[in-house]
Design a protein around this ligand. Sequence first.
Ligand code: GLU
Length: 553
Amino acid sequence: MDYKDLANLIFPDVKDISYYEEKYPERNLGEGAIVTRFAPSPTGFVHIGGLYQALVARTVAEKTGGVFFLRVEDTDQKREVEDGVTGIVNSLKDFDMAPDEGMISDTEEIGKYGPYKQSLRKEIYQSYAKYMIGQGKAYPCFCTPEEGEEIRQKQEAAKIRPGYYGVWAKCRNITVEEAAEKIKNGESYIIRFKSPGREDRKIKHKDIIKGNVDFPENDLDIVIIKADGLPTYHFAHAVDDHLMRTTHVIRSDEWLSSVPLHLQLFHELGFKAPKYAHISPIMKNDNGGKRKLSKRKDPEAAVEYYKKEGIPADAVKEYLLNIANSTFENWRRANPDKKIEEFDFQLNKMSVSGALFDMVKLLDIGKIVISKMTAEEVYEKSLEWAKEYDNELAELLNDKEYGLKVFGIERGNKKPRKDIAKWSDVISNIDYMYDDKFYGKIKEYPYQQAISDKEDISKILSLYIEKYYDSNDDKQTWFDKIKELAVEMGYAGEVKEFKANPGMYKAHVGDVSTVLRVALTARTNTPDMYEIMQVLGKDRIIKRLEVAKENLK
Ligand code: GLU
């Protein structure tokens, strides 16, 4: 009896690996094309760090005319949740990052290199495991969990490195006859890799992001096929990324220390190893220290958070590119109107250590992204968000014609308004343009302003209504009239004048504007008041000013 017989005994029915090698040929792509993937477990949850990796992977694939695919790694069936794939697929779609190939829903996939869900590839892994056993590079291990624990304890007591290796690898040197006997007797087993490595030797690895790293060789006889017949992550990674013809494995740096094992697996399987790029995690400041963004502690770790808050997908992607390549910021400054896809992203310029997550910066980017949208886009996107998360806003936006006017205020000009960072900001930025909301709020009228004397305020309002307001005035005339009003009231008609002679005036034209602004909007700060008044129209303006006067009494 030889290794081949043992392999046949263990996996009698699986196909020869030549079948798969032919079925999944090298891809016919241009030179330099990068084939890469996003390979999450179907927990339904996408971490912002996962989205970051996927964005990087997708960007480099797109830039090189390659392929970005989505593979679902569900070999650890304990971690699976219902509908977990759908959640991932939808999150990628939310960010306009649908893959070129792979899973597109819980059950559907596109592409010729599938199945893209690992649990559907059981036979493929078993073919390769059979091949390895046939070569004497893998073997069945009959150790029980108790025996495993015993080994671990002995190693601990002797203060030596834990693990199934060398002399500790009890089943490594079992003869094929003995193994066959045990199998025939119905003993349960798993399949282990017979590592050819030695811990006292080093391997060199050149990681695209981390640069040159040295590691001891792997000498662990890791499990490749578990008792349930499914592969471990390591084995599935080698088989899948080979058969799916991945050129670049772009993944979290928690896997960096597994590189020696992975290179060894590729080598022993006779595969060409892919290039690796290990991405550092996104960090957060915490009590003076730094730590990884945590799924448990930080709501912003979940990509779902950004959707709920209404932070535009483009802003999130732009922010992530910002932390991915430090040259992005300068590029953006020089090219304010270009699409992020035009940025010359470089995988090898990613930072070796983890970038700090900065919500303030992200929201600033959100403001800029939204400021560049047309009124129509802002309207459509806020409505879409509101329909899912905010009924009150959705109702306000019912009247599209008026909504477009409101969003048109200070937009589409050279210096567009930048007061909206996320869709959840919209309501508080526009509610005063709606009478129900405005009159509902007016009780919290802010009187804290430079001109606080009720009589003066009343007089300003009366004069404005009776003498100065004319709905036909152009912007310059409108403003000149507010100046005249200020002067008539004994205030400075120019802010300069006021500052030059602080003792001479109680207030200036800007303060008069504020009185009008507060009466019209119940706020001290708004976008351009002339434009606001154009949208409100004469009748509503007069009514608001009259009501303000009434409320003073
Ligand atoms: N399923 C692995 C994870 O979620 C994927 C790692 C990889 O990209 O290879 O960590």
